[in-house]
Structures are given as structure tokens and as C-alpha cells.
Design a binder for this molecule. Structure first.
Ligand SMILES: [Zn+2]
Ligand SMILES: [Zn+2]
Ligand SMILES: [Zn+2]
Length: 261
């Protein structure tokens, strides 16, 4: 049963073009150099769509990908570029009136509730509240069934934070990690056909894996098709694509990938 994965956004926290920047990539006419904040949609046959992260362009991303109903959202972590489109879940709920289930690390549930408190408590506003249910992911590692799919997660270090990385059968999505844990590498080695993983830029970064580090992750996991996302404005799609090994490519917004069984 193949999975369809859509890159809803392939950009780092600032998006590309970066506001106020006049570098060649930010001024580029190549649509593959325009990057909304990082997010993906995963769909299994005729099953429901699962989205990972709701960044600031979330509404536009769903419109562009023609996704009109959604009840399953996974969160990697709560940096603004991964969750500040949360409010747009309201519109989806008001149309479907079906609960929207979100999964995130249990320690982050109070923080999400605090940031978007009006979605979870009676503020006295008469416009109605969405039915959004927050479900805990396993604390360190484990598998959760979401929309009939087994989703395995591990925690990965991301500076002074952590990020949840996910495996859906032979597909894995990992963004905003500095490295993957040895337990994670051992558990996933040889199991992944296609992996979308963040790479940011060529130069090393304190809290993010850079492209060379991400290439090493692909190699250690024996990934057959590696796709690098969460890219900044130092990366020109055409120029930097040519520097990658033949089994690795750069993500771009709107890219659709079929992951075989
Ligand atoms: Zn990010
Ligand atoms: Zn720039
Ligand atoms: Zn982050």
C-alpha cells in the first residue's frame, strides 16, 4: 500500500525569500527557491490525510495542496515555524464539525494549550470553539496508530529543545534535529525507502543538522531516496542540487513523492 507524501513547505523558520533580504536566492525567479515553512501531508491510499506541523502558511499550504478536510495532525515540536498556523484548524473544524486530533510530546501539551488558550477554554466569545483534542505521543520512543497507520516516533536533540521524528512504514520524516540518537539509527536502519529530513544549509549550525550531517544520516540508515528540507536562503535549488549524490535531492514546495511498499 503505497504512501503519498506532499511537501507542503520546504523552508527554514524565516521562509524564503527572507524579509528584507536581497540575496540572489531571495530575488530568484525560480519557484523552487520560494520556500514556505516546513510541513508535509501523508496519505495512505484512500485513507485520511495526516499533516505534520502547522506553520505560519498552513492555510495557504492546504489550499495549494487541495486538502479540504483534516482530522489528524502530528507535531514535531513547538517552535513558531512548526505550529503558528494552529489557529487555521478552526476553519477546518467549522466546516466538518468532526474533532481534529493532534499528537505531540506530552510535555508540550500545556504549552500549546497556553499559546492558543482560546481554542481550549470558554472565553465567553459566542462564535464557538473548535473541537481540537490533544493526544500525547510516547514519551521517548514508541508506536501510535493514527488514521489506521502505525506511526513510530523517536525524540531527537534540537539545541536546548527536542523534536519528534516519525516513521510511517518505509517513509520517515525528521526535521529540526541536530542528530538522531543511536537507538533511533539502529531501529530504523534498513527499514526506510524514502526519508525527508532537514538539512538547512551547507555550513554547520548549532541546533540543526547541516546538509553533510543529513547525508550521513541517510547513509547510516541505508535510505534509498533522501530528500532534504527545511532549507534556508543560502541554498539555490539548481546550483546546490548538482552537488548532491544521485540518491539524494532537495525538497521544494509542492513536491509529491510516492513511497513504495
Ligand atoms: Zn524549524
Ligand atoms: Zn536571502
Ligand atoms: Zn525548531
Amino acid at each position: 500500500m503505497p504512501l503519498k507524501v506532499t511537501i507542503l513547505g520546504s523552508g527554514t523558520s524565516t521562509g524564503v525569500p527572507v524579509l528584507g533580504c536581497s540575496c540572489a536566492v531571495c530575488k530568484s525567479k525560480n519557484p523552487k527557491n520560494e520556500r514556505w515553512r516546513a510541513s508535509i501531508a501523508v496519505k495512505h491510499n484512500d485513507g485520511p490525510t495526516i499533516v505534520v506541523d502547522t506553520g505560519p502558511e498552513f492555510r495557504l499550504q492546504l489550499l495549494r495542496a487541495n486538502i479540504s478536510s483534516l482530522q489528524h495532525v502530528l507535531y514535531t515540536h513547538l517552535h513558531a515555524d512548526h505550529c503558528h498556523g494552529f489557529d487555521d484548524l478552526r476553519g477546518l473544524y467549522f466546516n466538518s464539525e468532526k474533532p481534529i486530533h493532534c499528537w505531540l510530546h506530552p510535555q508540550l501539551i500545556p504549552e500549546l494549550k497556553q499559546r492558543f488558550h482560546y481554542a481550549f477554554e470558554d472565553t465567553g466569545y459566542l462564535g464557538g470553539r473548535p473541537d481540537i483534542r490533544l493526544n500525547p505521543l510516547p514519551r521517548v520512543q514508541g508506536t501510535t496508530i493514527i488514521a489506521d497507520l502505525d506511526v513510530e516516533t523517536f525524540l531527537a536533540p534540537h539545541g536546548n529543545a527536542v523534536t519528534n521524528v516519525f516513521r510511517f512504514g518505509r517513509f520517515a520524516y525528521a526535521t529540526d534535529f541536530k542528530s538522531l540518537t543511536e537507538e533511533n539509527i539502529t531501529a530504523w536502519r534498513g527499514k526506510i525507502h524514502t526519508m525527508v529530513a532537514s538539512g538547512l544549509r551547507w555550513r554547520p549550525h548549532k541546533t540543526h543538522s547541516c546538509i553533510d550531517e543529513t547525508l550521513d544520516v541517510f547513509k547510516r540508515l541505508h535510505v534509498e531516496r533522501g530528500i532534504i528540507t527545511h532549507l534556508n536562503h543560502e541554498i539555490d535549488f539548481d546550483v546546490d542540487s548538482r552537488k548532491l549524490p544521485s540518491d539524494v535531492e532537495l525538497a521544494f514546495d509542492g513536491l509529491e513523492v510516492i513511497v513504495p511498499d
